[in-house]
Design a protein around this ligand. Structure first.
Ligand SMILES: CC(C)(COP(=O)(O)OP(=O)(O)OC[C@H]1O[C@@H](n2cnc3c(N)ncnc32)[C@H](O)[C@@H]1OP(=O)(O)O)[C@@H](O)C(=O)NCCC(=O)NCCS
Length: 208
């Protein structure tokens, strides 16, 4: 089956790295802004050129963008694929949802549930019994402890930590290096140790 990587930016190219390491052939990138160019020797096409029935994986770190594109591509009949780097660890009884990307050095422990289009990036860890809902992103080096529940569209920034048994509400962005020590509500930007709502910020930054 043909496989398209959606997004030809940084995270898209890292997604290609995962596919190559896993021995999975990629047909092309899908990226409207870069359509017509070549990235890493692969053609970049518009989304209308990816045929129904082909596989896709979204190499974009921003949760909202992933959600928008997944809805569009599903409606066009494409099928989400899952990519796991061979140097990632996936524990027993863990479920990895469709469209997920697990990068090199990531360790996803046992009895974890990763929803659709979740990203666990380089060297991040996810503890036993954790539940990561659809479109969650765990950035490089972050640690999500055991039995944590991350609602849809949550992002955990680089080297941040979420302590065990906690719940983080939908769309909340945990800044780089923060340590979440209590349950967190929806739509927040949390920074610091212990993590607190950010003052004076703009908006969560999208990457990739
Ligand atoms: C938390 C975050 C989303 C805030 O972004 P923002 O709203 O654009 O924030 P700004 O850069 O405008 O900073 C606003 C204030 O918050 C502080 N701040 C920003 N990020 C912070 C962080 N991670 N920890 C502590 N303080 C932080 C800034 O120093 C600034 O403080 P000041 O007002 O006293 O000067 C962002 O900084 C962040 O951490 N993103 C994750 C980065 C990451 O993990 N990248 C990995 C890519 S692979």
């Amino acid at each position: 089956m043909a496989l398209y990587v959606v997004g030809a930016g940084g995270t898209g190219r890292e997604t290609l790295d995962v596919a190559m390491a896993a021995g999975v052939d990629v047909t092309a990138f899908v990226d409207e802004r870069r359509a017509g160019s070549t990235v890493r020797g692969l053609p970049v096409v518009g989304s209308d050129q990816a045929p129904a029935g082909a596989g896709y994986v979204i190499g974009i770190a921003d949760a909202a963008a992933r959600r928008r594109l997944a809805v569009l591509l599903d409606a066009r009949g494409l099928v989400p694929a899952t990519l796991v780097h061979p140097r990632a660890v996936i524990g027993p009884e863990t479920v990895v949802g469709s469209g997920c990307i697990v990068m090199a050095g990531a360790h996803v422990s046992s009895s974890v549930r990763l929803g659709a289009h979740v990203q666990v990036q380089y060297n991040a860890t996810v503890g036993h019994d954790a539940v990561l809902a659809d479109y969650v992103s765990v950035y490089p080096g972050a640690n999500v402890a055991g039995a944590v529940h991350l609602d849809e569209d949550v992002t955990i920034g680089s080297n941040a930590a979420v302590l065990q048994n906690l719940r983080v509400g939908r769309g909340t962005f945990v800044g780089a290096g923060a340590v979440v020590t209590s349950d967190a509500g929806e739509g927040l930007v949390l920074v610091g140790v212990p993590a607190r709502p950010q003052s004076g910020g703009t908006s969560p930054r999208a990457f990739g």
